[in-house]
Design a binder for this molecule. Structure first.
Ligand code: HEM
Length: 296
C-alpha cells in the first residue's frame, strides 16, 4: 500500500504528540497515586479488563492505552525511515532510539504494577521515557526539514544544556524521594529541603539543575529571536510550575499534584522542541520523495 510523504509527516507529528501525552499521563498516574489502581497487567483486575467506576483505575489504564498508541506510532515512524532507506544516520536511528526507550518504559511500567521497582530502576524508567520523547521530537523536526544538519550556535548549545539539566533534575527527583514522597513524580524542585526526602546535597543539586535550565533558556531568548514566542510560552509554564510547587511544598490535593506533573512533562517536551529548532540548520531540503510514494 503506497503512503504519500504527507502521511509520513502525519505519522511523525502524531508519534511526537502521543509520546508527549504518554509522558504527561505517566506523571499524572504517579502524582495521583494511581500507579497500583490496576493491580494486574494487561487487564486491570484479573479477568476484568477495564477499570470499574474508579477514577484512579481509569487514570492508570488510560496511560496504558495511550502508551500502546505511542509504541505503535513510534514503530511506524522507525519503519518509514528504513523503508525509504534514509541515508542520514540521525534521521534513521533516532526513531529507533525512541522505540527502544518507550519499550523499556513500558516493561518497567508493567514491572511497577506487578512487582514494584527500586528507585534506581524508577529513575532509569523515567529517563527512558523522557529520552524517547526527546529522540522522536528531534527525529520529527529533522524529518520535516529533510535533513539533520546540526549547528552548534550559542542558542543550540544552551538549548542542549537546558535539556540535559532538565533530565538530570528529574532523575534526581526519583533518587532523593523518601518513602511514598511525591518528589519521585515528574515535577520541579521546591527550593527548600524536604524533610521526608533523602540526601540534602542531592536535593540542593536539583535546585542548581533547575537554575541552570532557567538561565540556559534565558540565553536562548537572547540568542534566538525567532524562538522567542515558543520560549515565552515555556517560561510561562515554568513560572506556573514553580508557583504550584511553592503552594504544594511536596504535598497538597491530588488533582493539583496531577496538574503539577503534567506541566513538568510539557516543559520537557517544549524544551526538546526548542533545542532542536535552535540546533538544526533551518534551511529545508526539498524531499525528492515528497511527490513519490513511500511503499510500506
Ligand atoms: C504498558 C505500558 C505501561 C505501563 C503499565 C505503565 C505504568 C506506569 C505506572 C504504574 C506509573 C506510575 C509510577 C509511580 O507511581 O511511581 C507510570 C509512570 C510513568 N510512565 Fe508509564 N507505563 C507504561 C508505558 C509507558 C510508556 C511507553 C512511557 C513513555 C514513553 C511511560 C512513561 C511514564 C512516565 C513519564 C511516568 C511518570 C514517572 C514519574 O513521574 O516519575 N509509561 N507508568
Amino acid at each position: 500500500m503506497p503512503t504519500p510523504h504527507r502521511t509520513a509527516r502525519q505519522v511523525f507529528i502524531f508519534a511526537t504528540v502521543i509520546t508527549a501525552l504518554t509522558v504527561m499521563m505517566g506523571g499524572l498516574v504517579c502524582a495521583t497515586e494511581s500507579g497500583l489502581a490496576c493491580p494486574t497487567w494487561p487487564t486491570c483486575h484479573g479477568s476484568q479488563i477495564m477499570p470499574g467506576a474508579h477514577l484512579p483505575g481509569w487514570i492508570e489504564f488510560s496511560h496504558r492505552l495511550v502508551s500502546g498508541l505511542c509504541l505503535f506510532s513510534l514503530i511506524l515512524a522507525a519503519m518509514i525511515q528504513f523503508r525509504r532507506e534514509e541515508r542520514d544516520p540521525w534521521l534513521r536511528w533516532l526513531p529507533v532510539g525512541a522505540v527502544a526507550g518507550a519499550i523499556a518504559a513500558a516493561i518497567l511500567g508493567m514491572s511497577i504494577v506487578l512487582w514494584g521497582i527500586s528507585p534506581a530502576f524508577a529513575a532509569f524508567d523515567l529517563m527512558c521515557s523522557l529520552l524517547a520523547l526527546c529522540a522522536i521530537t528531534f527525529a520529527t523536526v529533522g524529518f520535516l526539514r529533510g535533513h539533520f544538519r546540526w549547528r552548534w550556535t550559542r542558542a543550540s548549545s544552551f538549548g542542549m544544556v537546558a535539556l540535559g539539566s532538565l533530565l538530570v533534575m528529574h532523575a534526581l527527583g526519583v533518587l532523593v524521594a523518601g518513602k511514598e514522597s511525591f518528589t519521585r513524580c515528574l515535577g520541579w524542585p521546591v527550593f527548600a529541603l524536604i524533610e521526608h526526602d533523602k540526601w540534602a546535597g542531592l536535593q540542593a543539586a536539583r535546585w542548581v539543575a533547575a537554575i541552570v535550565v532557567i538561565v540556559a533558556l534565558g540565553v536562548m531568548v537572547l540568542a534566538a529571536p525567532r524562538l522567542r514566542g515558543l520560549l515565552a510560552g515555556l517560561f510561562g509554564l515554568i513560572i506556573v510550575e514553580l508557583a504550584l510547587g511553592a503552594v504544594l511544598m511536596g504535598a497538597g490535593p491530588l488533582w493539583l499534584r496531577g496538574i503539577y506533573s503534567i506541566i513538568a512533562g510539557a516543559i520537557v517536551a517544549l524544551t526538546a522542541y526548542a533545542s532542536v529548532e535552535a540546533g538544526l540548520d533551518k534551511r529545508r531540503d526539498a524531499n525528492p520523495e515528497e511527490l513519490d510514494e513511500i511503499a510500506l
